[in-house]
Ligand binder design. Structure first.
Ligand code: FES
Length: 88
């Protein structure tokens, strides 16, 4: 895909991925209050719903995830993506 991936969060934050190490870092750089705890793929705190697009895992997720769930501490966007952070 040409150009940076566009990330849309909870239908109102939209920004472009700037090659941060993980999606969680990318959201933090935008001051989006993304939940996290371990940053290592095992607590599940950073789990969000992937409404559209694809991600690429850069760190192994140690949890069982539904097809539409991703751990933001473990992945980066592969395409333009749309996320929903639960209970915001
Ligand atoms: S912060 Fe613990 S799994 Fe992502």
């Amino acid at each position: 895909m040409a150009g940076p991936s566009r990330i849309k969060v909870n239908h109102h934050h939209t920004f472009y991925y700037q090659y941060e190490p993980t999606l969680l870092d990318a959201m933090e750089a935008q001051e989006i209050p993304a939940p996290y705890n371990c940053r290592g793929g095992y607590c599940g705190c950073c789990k969000v719903r992937l409404l559209d697009g694809e991600v690429e895992y850069v760190q192994e997720s140690l949890l069982d995830l539904q097809d539409d769930e991703v751990l933001t501490c473990c992945c980066i966007p592969k395409t333009h993506i749309e996320l929903e952070i639960p209970d915001e």
